[in-house]
Every structure is written in structure tokens, then in C-alpha cells.
Design a protein around this ligand. Structure first.
Ligand code: SF4
Length: 376
């Protein structure tokens, strides 16, 4: 058990925050600003680790998943993005359905429990392509959880199919979508969105789409892209909006802070994030989002080294094997495009934590040489 006196800081602003954290009181916007502005990142990490260990002990979750990006053709031209392409330009691709199903099956010997499926906003692909993609995957891999389409993609599909968001989500769910990823949230503040992703749905539409997904029984994650032109106030606003919606629906599973990778984007002149910025973001997320069960250190964006450290700063999840990550590698990520299950386990163990393989819904997965069992 932790003793109150083991918290130490020379930053007086952190003392009242520590009192609140240690007595499970909710932190305010002013507290969040102090967390962003304090120089004592280790003390902030101590507090975040206190919350993380109170919730999960040493348990650190990971999964065996595979990313599928069916197309990089996109009508939007977000300045934050190195992945999207206009159609008919070099490097643009769209998978035929058979190709996507083949890719899902190929190249990896261990059974995946999740396909993470996201892509560009293709101007010509009909809604049926996406429904067929999903139902075809479900038919071929009935035990694999399909985590598919960001709120941004859902809103675009709805617009193109002339359906409501609710009906679009209903049809995707009926086709086999099991939950939604958390991408496209970026930073909710209009001022920032206008510059980094002005063709996307706005922050309120993202939140409304997530609310509708949760209402019809689809859980989702939530992200925040940091380290570009946003201010501390913008990040606080983003976190509080997520917390408010989570109070309402309880439908978010995991918060994933995403470090901005500027290479090959129109914002390439911006510096990359630093290690201190990355671990502070994990810690502030853990402290502010008291109603989120999980905080993920997404190793692909943070690097496995920073992700390991993050496991002591509030994160309880290190994401999955991924296999063939494209989006951040187009933006210059130098991490491997996938990690083996054993490599993830080693990273977690060397951080002094206990690795637990999970499925997308955080149910423990047990493997033998011949079987994969999910505890329900
Ligand atoms: S971030 Fe998404 S919506 Fe924006 S250009 Fe890239 S793929 Fe398209």
C-alpha cells in the first residue's frame, strides 16, 4: 500500500493535486494546467503511477492484432497527415476485397484476436464495399474482433450513403463491426482543427458520432494528437470533453495519446515530440481521465523504449503486435512495423510489469500451442 508521505515534490502547485489524487477526487481544468506547466515530471508520474497501480497493479495489457488499411485515397488533405493521397497519384492504392481478405490472413503465424481497420476517405468506393469488406472478414475469421473505422470515416460513409450516423453505424454493426478505434479526434478545438485538419468533421461531430456508437452498443477508444500547434489549454479542453462524454456513455475503453510525427506532412517544419512531453502526456491523461479504465502507450508512435517508461507513468496497455503499420510510417516513424508477441512480453517484463494478453474488450486471452481461449 502507498503512504501519503512517499509523494515528494518541490513544486507547491502539485501538493493540492496530490491530496485530490490520493483521496480519489476529480481534478479540475486548473489542476490539468498545473500538471502541464509543472517542471516536476517525476512527481506527476508518481501520481499517475499511483492511479495506474490502484486500478491495475502491475498488469500490463497487450494484444495480438493486425492493422489493415484498405485504401490511402482520401478526399481530405489534412496537414497533419502523411498517409492520405489523392486518387491517381503515385503511391495511391485501394485494395480489392479479395486482396484485403488475403492480407488479413497472410504473413503472421500466430492467431490474431483483432483486426484494426482504418483508411482514407475514398470519394468513389460505395458503402457496400465497406460492408462487404467487414462481412467477408467476419465470415473468414469469425473469432477475430473487428475494430473498424474512425468517427471521421463513419461520418464520411454516412454522408456518401445519405444515411444518418446512427443508421450507418447500425449497418456496420450488422455487417460485423465489433467496436471502433479512437482515431480522428486529433484536438477538438476549432482553432487548431482549422489548421491541421480542416476537411475533417469538427470536434463536436466526432463526439456526437462516438456518443451514437456507444448508444447502439459499439464501444470505442479515444485519441488525442499532441505535439503540433496545440496549446496546453487546447489539450485540457480535449481531455475534459472526453471525460464529460465518458460520464454520459461509459463507452470509451482506452485513451491513447498520439505523438505527432511531422515528417512528410505539410507541417514537417515542426519539431518532433520529446521523451518528457510523451511521458507527461501519458501521466496527465491518466490523472485527468478518472473514468477511463485504460491508458495506452502506443509503442508504434512513442517507440518501444518510451512506451516501456510510460508503463511507470500511468499507462497500463502497450497496444499490440500491429503487423504492417502504414499510417505513422508514412510520417517517418522509425519503429518496426510490427512486433512479435514474445517481444512485447519482454518489453513489459523488463519494465517490471506483468504482461497479460487481452482481446479488444480487455478479456484475458489464454494460449496453448494449438488453441486460443478468451475468458468471458
Ligand atoms: S488524416 Fe485521415 S482524413 Fe485526413 S488526409 Fe489523412 S487519411 Fe484523410
Amino acid at each position: 500500500m502507498y503512504q501519503r508521505h512517499s509523494f515528494q515534490t518541490d513544486d507547491p502547485r502539485l501538493h493540492p493535486i496530490a491530496e485530490k489524487v490520493l483521496s480519489s477526487q476529480r481534478l479540475s481544468a486548473e489542476d490539468a494546467m498545473a500538471l502541464y506547466r509543472s517542471g516536476d515530471v517525476l512527481a506527476i508520474g508518481w501520481l499517475a503511477n499511483f492511479v495506474r497501480e490502484s486500478l491495475h497493479g502491475d498488469t500490463t495489457y497487450f494484444n495480438v492484432n493486425r492493422h489493415i488499411n484498405p485504401t490511402n485515397v482520401c478526399v481530405a488533405a489534412c496537414r497533419l497527415c502523411a498517409f492520405g493521397r489523392k486518387k491517381d497519384v503515385p503511391g495511391a492504392y485501394t485494395m480489392a476485397l479479395e486482396e484485403a481478405w488475403e492480407i488479413a490472413a497472410s504473413g503472421y503465424s500466430e492467431d490474431v484476436t483483432e483486426f484494426h481497420i482504418v483508411g482514407g476517405l475514398h470519394p468513389d468506393l460505395p458503402f457496400e464495399y465497406f460492408l462487404d469488406l467487414i462481412s467477408g472478414l467476419k465470415e473468414r475469421f469469425p473469432h477475430v474482433h473487428l475494430k473498424a473505422f474512425t468517427m471521421v470515416e463513419v461520418a464520411y460513409l454516412a454522408k456518401r450513403a445519405k444515411l444518418s450516423i446512427r443508421e450507418t453505424l447500425r449497418r456496420l454493426k450488422a455487417a460485423g463491426v465489433d467496436s471502433l478505434p479512437g482515431g480522428g479526434a486529433e484536438i477538438f478545438a476549432d482553432r487548431v482543427r482549422r489548421i491541421i485538419c480542416d476537411h475533417k468533421i469538427d470536434g463536436q461531430q466526432w463526439l456526437d458520432t462516438a456518443r451514437t456508437a456507444h448508444e447502439i452498443g459499439l464501444r470505442s477508444n479515444a485519441t488525442m494528437l499532441y505535439g503540433h500547434i496545440e496549446s496546453d489549454e487546447d489539450r485540457v479542453d480535449h481531455l475534459l470533453k472526453l471525460r464529460t462524454l465518458q460520464d454520459e456513455t461509459g463507452g470509451f475503453q482506452t485513451f491513447i495519446p498520439l505523438a505527432f510525427h511531422p515528417a512528410n506532412t505539410p507541417l514537417a517544419h515542426l519539431p518532433t515530440t520529446t521523451g518528457m512531453m510523451d511521458i507527461r502526456q501519458i501521466a496527465v491523461g491518466r490523472l485527468m481521465l478518472d473514468n477511463f479504465a485504460h491508458i495506452k502507450a502506443y509503442w508504434q508512435m512513442l517507440t518501444p523504449r518510451i512506451a516501456q517508461i510510460a508503463l511507470r507513468f500511468g499507462a497500463d496497455d502497450i497496444d499490440g503486435t500491429v503487423i504492417e503499420e502504414k499510417i505513422y510510417h508514412d510520417a517517418g516513424a522509425t519503429t518496426p512495423q510490427g512486433l512479435r508477441r514474445q517481444e512485447l512480453i519482454r518489453l513489459v517484463r523488463e519494465a517490471g510489469r506483468v504482461p497479460v494478453e487481452r482481446d479488444t474488450l480487455y478479456r484475458p486471452v489464454t494460449r496453448t500451442e494449438t488453441s486460443v481461449t478468451v475468458a468471458v
